[in-house]
Design a binder for this molecule. Structure first.
Ligand code: NAD
Length: 245
């Protein structure tokens, strides 16, 4: 049975990844910031759950060793909405720590394990359309997600020699707890109606609809499966056409 490690497994996209990989016959190593969130994320799927704070290199390294995975999905992340003039640099550093430093920590830990195992592998990182195009009020988030695209390209170039593929996915607006919180934050900052903000986010793409978490998870699964062996260093949008507008 192939094994996948999913970091941020308790989130909207992480949970969808647990379900899609389990249905496709994968064993899951589910990591999230605390025991309860990680255990709930596993939801009866085969494998194990563990508390993993992605900003802690020792914990991530231990998790990677225990997982013995041929695939890793990095779905941990946090968002922050603040205009550049009001930047709280404690918040800025937290966004960078989880979205970018944590991704590098995971890439390093899983690369070491996959190289030692000698069986090749795949890593998929959750970037965003905010990693491909800037957005007002989201400088920290955008900078972290643009950084992730560069990290993925560099690590992909390094690991081809070990038959380890490294890709990113760039979702548009996905219906998850994170996007609900973003809508609330924007409404509060603008003094506008949260439902109107939510409708705006929900119809932002050319297809005029949200992306579903299971659609993102299926893309992560396709990128992790052996059939796409030539695909590495890519950032694949899945955004209901938001980049077309
Ligand atoms: N929802 C969207 O519209 C959207 C769009 C594009 C990209 N993304 C990205 O996809 C990823 C998943 O987003 P989501 O919508 O499922 O968000 P979510 O808030 O539902 O889930 C994020 C998960 O990350 C975990 N996490 C946060 N800090 C952590 C830490 N220090 N250590 C370990 N885990 C930690 C949280 O506990 C949570 O389970 C994120 O990187 C996000 O930026 C989301």
């Amino acid at each position: 049975m192939p094994r996948v490690a999913i970091l941020g497994a308790g989130g909207g996209i992480g949970q969808a990844c647990v379900r899609e990989f389990a249905e496709a016959g994968w064993e899951i190593a589910a990591g999230d910031v605390d025991d309860a969130t990680a255990a709930a994320a596993l939801a009866g799927a085969p494998g194990f759950a563990a508390a993993v704070n992605v900003t802690d290199p020792d914990t991530v390294a231990h998790f990677a060793e225990r997982a013995e995975a041929t695939a890793m999905v990095y779905a941990a992340g946090i968002n922050a909405t603040m205009p550049i003039t009001d930047t709280d640099f404690d918040v800025w550093r937290k966004v960078m720590a989880v979205n970018l430093d944590g991704a590098a920590i995971a890439a390093a830990a899983f690369a070491r394990c996959m190289i030692a195992a000698g069986s090749g592998g795949s890593m998929v990182f959750l970037s965003s359309t905010a990693g491909l195009r800037g957005e007002a009020g989201a400088s920290a988030y955008c900078a972290s997600k643009f950084g992730l695209v560069g990290l993925v390209q560099s690590v992909a170039a390094e690991l081809t020699a070990h038959d380890i593929r490294v890709n990113a996915v760039a979702p548009g607006n996905v219906d998850t707890p994170m996007l609900r919180a973003v809508a609330r934050d924007i409404a509060q900052a603008e003094g506008s109606d949260p439902e109107a903000v939510w409708q705006g986010l929900a119809t932002a793409g050319a297809a005029c609809r949200l992306v579903r978490p299971d659609e993102v998870a299926r893309l992560c699964l396709a990128l992790s499966a052996p059939g796409l062996g030539a695909l590495t260093g890519a950032t694949v949008p899945i955004d209901a056409g938001s980049m077309l507008l």
